[in-house]
Design a binder for this molecule. Structure first.
Ligand code: SF4
Length: 98
């Protein structure tokens, strides 16, 4: 079976390590973007919406209806492309497909 993950992944980005050492500013390899806090699920393990009794709740100060406007999302994606970002993970806060 092929191995897709490795602890040595950083070795694939030696150019960025060199840039970091030189104090250069460069684009991240990977960006994690949370498009919205809106969610129509109710996962029991959700750290953002779980019952406060489980001590996992992270929603203090989080506005559950917040979202990044579609125009801004398009702008961000264009920026990531032009910067050379190689991967984007869309996650929550909320359900990113909403
Ligand atoms: S934010 Fe994610 S984990 Fe939380 S309820 Fe929604 S889908 Fe489930």
């Amino acid at each position: 079976m092929a191995t897709y993950y490795t602890d040595a992944k950083v070795a694939l980005h030696l150019d960025r390590l060199e840039a970091l050492r030189a104090g250069d500013v460069f684009a991240p390899v990977h960006v994690r973007l949370k498009p919205t806090n809106i969610c129509d699920h109710g996962c029991s393990y959700c750290a953002y919406r779980a019952n406060r009794a489980n001590n996992l709740n992270l929603d203090g100060g989080m506005e559950v209806h917040d979202r990044i406007a579609p125009e801004k999302m398009a702008e961000l994606v264009e920026d990531f492309i032009s910067m050379g970002v190689e991967a984007v993970t869309f996650s929550g806060g909320g359900e990113p497909l909403l």
